[in-house]
Design a protein around this ligand. Structure first.
Ligand SMILES: Nc1ncnc2c1ncn2[C@@H]1O[C@H](COP(=O)(O)OP(=O)(O)OP(=O)(O)O)[C@@H](O)[C@H]1O
Ligand SMILES: [Mg+2]
Length: 249
């Protein structure tokens, strides 16, 4: 089993949409896949069509390890794709993780038993550099970071890199990629052509700015299903193949 996370300190850059599209591709290739929604907004759960209340779910109890996390996994309507949905109780995740100590490795410990049932765990993260984020960095093998080709988005990514460097998460492979690329914008084109040094080891595939991505919310489904022959769907497919190559799935 491998654990990957979609993360950026910056909000609204495409963590959740990419989580859902990559997890859907993984499941289509019959890799048993679990998305764990760690964001109180519950957007990944929503896109996967699991946005009703899970009986007994309280993020606090879950993160403190009071009950096995597997109890809260739900099937999606796609084969091989399950989700642990989030609700607003996830807003206290940091406090709950801190209670009882050992916060940093808690998520890793909670995920470990999933190795029996899943090949891939995909974490959708909220945009914070909090104890929850630290827990994600300790649990994940790969951190995929969506970056919009703008100075501020790149700056947020640099801040994450510096912070990771300080905290010495040596095991973690950080892989950025460009999202929401608009080729009518000079800055976007410049950054694609002359990649900033931080992006050099990132994915080659970039996702264009596309209304089909926004339409995921209308259908509660990934782009590959609602608009399979569009540039955005093609980008996610190409991205999946790059991800597979990195993960050696
Ligand atoms: N490639 C794209 N083209 C157009 N819109 C996009 C694209 N990627 C994401 N979006 C839109 O941008 C918004 C933010 O995307 P998303 O929710 O995936 O970001 P996020 O980083 O998870 O945000 P948050 O920090 O709030 O969790 C959504 O409305 C989504 O539909
Ligand atoms: Mg999100």
């Amino acid at each position: 089993m491998q654990t990957i996370a979609f993360y950026n300190l910056k909000g609204g850059v495409g963590k959740t949409t990419t989580t859902v599209n990559m997890a859907w591709h993984a499941a289509r290739w019959k890799h048993r896949t679990l998305v764990w929604d760690l964001d109180p907004q519950g957007a990944a759960s929503f896109y996967l069509g699991v946005d009703d209340q899970t009986p007994g779910y309280k993020a606090g109890g879950l993160l403190k390890g009071k009950q096995p996390a597997g109890r809260f996994k739900r099937e999606t309507r796609w084969p091989h794709l399950d989700v642990i949905p989030a609700d607003i109780s996830m807003r206290n995740a940091d406090v709950k993780l801190a209670e009882g100590g050992g916060a940093k490795n808690r998520l890793k410990e909670l995920i470990a038993p999933f190795g029996e049932s899943y090949e891939l765990v995909v974490l959708d993260c909220p945009p914070t550099l909090s104890p929850l984020a630290e827990s994600v960095f300790a649990a994940a093998d790969y951190l995929f970071v969506p970056v919009i080709p703008t100075h501020l988005s790149l700056r947020a990514f640099r801040q994450v890199l510096d912070w990771l460097d300080d905290k010495k998460f040596k095991h973690l492979r950080v892989v950025p990629f460009f999202n929401m690329v608009d080729r009518r914008r000079d800055l976007h084109v410049q950054m694609l052509v002359k990649r900033p040094p931080e992006m050099k080891d990132g994915l080659k595939t970039w996702v264009p700015y596309a209304t089909h991505v926004e339409q995921m919310g209308d259908h509660q489904a990934p782009v590959g299903e609602i608009a399979p022959y569009t540039p955005a769907a093609q980008a996610y497919r190409a991205m999946w193949f790059e991800v597979v190559e990195r993960l050696k799935l």
